[in-house]
Design a protein around this ligand. Structure first.
Ligand SMILES: [Zn+2]
Ligand SMILES: [Zn+2]
Length: 304
C-alpha cells in the first residue's frame, strides 16, 4: 500500500489534494479497481496518515452502524402493529429510557472506545493485516467472517458465563443487566471493563486468524464488525418475528435466545449460536429449566 501511495503521490506534485482529486488520480492509474476499492484507496491517499485514516474510518463506521441499526428498532417500538412480536410484550421501553441509554452508550464510545480504536492500525499492521487494494474475493471474506463468528461465540460464551459469577457479576456485568427487557440501543450498555473484555473476542478472533494465517484484509475485518454489530443490536431488539433468522438457521441464537437471558439472568450465555448452551446444558428456556428440575427431582428420589 505504501509503495502504491508513494507512486500515486508522485503524480500529484506532493501536494495534499482534495478528496475528489485523490479519487481522480486513483481512477486514472488503477483502472482495474472497482468503485469501492477506488474510494478506499483515495481515502488513504487523501489522509496521508494511515493510522489516522483507519482510526477515523473505524470510529465513524462503528457509530453509523450501531445507531443506524438501532433506529429501525426505535421506530418499530412506536408502531403498535409490531407489539404482537415483542418477546416480553408487557415491557415496552419508553422514549426517555432509550434516550438515556443512547446518551450513556455515546459517552462510553467517546471516552473508552475512541482511544482504543487509535491503537488499532499499528496493531493490525503488526499482525500482518493488509489494507491495500484490490480487496479479497467475496468468497474468501464470507468464509473468514463465518470463522470469526464461531470464534467470537466461544469466547463470548465462556467470558459471559464467568461474568455471572457473583463477585464478577456485581463489579462488572450488573450494569448490562439493568434492562431486564432489552432494546436495540442497550446492546453496548455495559461497564467499560465488560466492553473491553467482550470486545476482545470481536477484535481478537480476526487478530489471531491473521497472526497464524497471515491472510486477512482490513475490509474483511470491517465487514465482520458490521455483521457482529447487527447481531448484537438485533439480539437485544426484544422482537422475534416469523421471518427472524433463527427460524431458518436453527442454531442461530437471535433475540429469542438473548432476551430470555436478560429476563431470567441465568443461562443462554452465548452470543451468536445455540450450540454451547445446548451442549453444556445452560439453556434458559422454560422447557430446559423444567427438564432440569425434573432431572434433579428424579436424582433426589433415587438417592432416598
Ligand atoms: Zn449476562
Ligand atoms: Zn445483553
Amino acid at each position: 500500500m505504501e509503495s502504491f501511495i508513494e507512486v500515486t503521490t508522485a503524480h500529484m506534485n506532493a501536494t495534499i489534494p482534495a478528496y475528489f482529486t485523490a479519487l481522480d488520480e486513483v481512477t486514472k492509474y488503477n483502472v482495474e479497481l472497482n468503485i469501492a476499492e477506488r474510494l478506499w484507496a483515495a481515502w488513504y491517499l487523501w489522509m496521508q496518515n494511515d493510522t489516522l485514516a483507519t482510526g477515523i474510518m473505524s470510529f465513524v463506521m462503528h457509530e453509523v452502524v450501531y445507531f443506524g441499526r438501532s433506529l429501525p428498532w426505535i421506530i418499530i417500538g412506536m408502531i403498535p402493529y409490531f407489539n404482537k412480536y415483542k418477546i416480553q410484550d408487557q415491557k415496552m421501553p419508553t422514549w426517555k429510557e432509550q434516550m438515556n441509554c443512547a446518551f450513556i452508550v455515546l459517552i462510553s464510545h467517546f471516552t473508552v472506545e475512541l482511544p482504543q480504536i487509535w491503537f488499532f492500525h499499528p496493531i493490525a499492521t503488526y499482525c500482518g493485516m493488509d489494507y491495500g487494494t484490490p480487496f479479497p474475493s467475496l468468497g474468501k471474506m464470507a468464509f473468514q467472517i463465518c470463522v470469526f463468528f464461531v470464534m467470537e461465540d466461544a469466547w463470548h460464551y465462556w467470558l459471559h458465563r464467568s461474568l455471572h459469577y457473583g463477585p464478577l457479576y456485581r463489579s462488572i456485568h450488573k450494569m448490562h443487566h439493568y434492562y431486564s427487557a432489552p432494546f436495540g440501543l442497550a446492546a453496548e450498555y455495559a461497564s467499560p471493563i465488560e466492553v473491553m473484555l467482550l470486545g476482545l473476542g470481536t477484535v481478537g478472533a480476526p487478530a489471531l486468524w491473521c497472526y497464524f494465517t497471515g491472510d486477512l484484509h482490513l475490509i474483511t475485518m470491517y465487514l465482520w464488525i458490521v455483521a457482529r454489530l447487527f447481531q448484537a443490536v438485533d439480539a437485544h431488539s426484544g422482537y422475534d418475528f416469523p421471518w427472524s433468522l433463527r427460524n431458518f438457521l436453527p442454531f442461530w441464537a437471535g433475540a429469542e435466545h438473548h432476551d430470555v437471558h436478560h429476563e431470567k439472568f441465568i443461562g443462554n450465555y452465548a452470543s451468536s449460536f445455540r450450540w454451547w448452551d445446548k451442549i453444556l446444558d445452560t439453556e434458559a428456556s422454560a422447557e430446559a429449566r423444567e427438564r432440569r428440575r425434573g432431572e434433579k427431582l428424579a436424582k433426589a428420589k433415587k438417592a432416598q
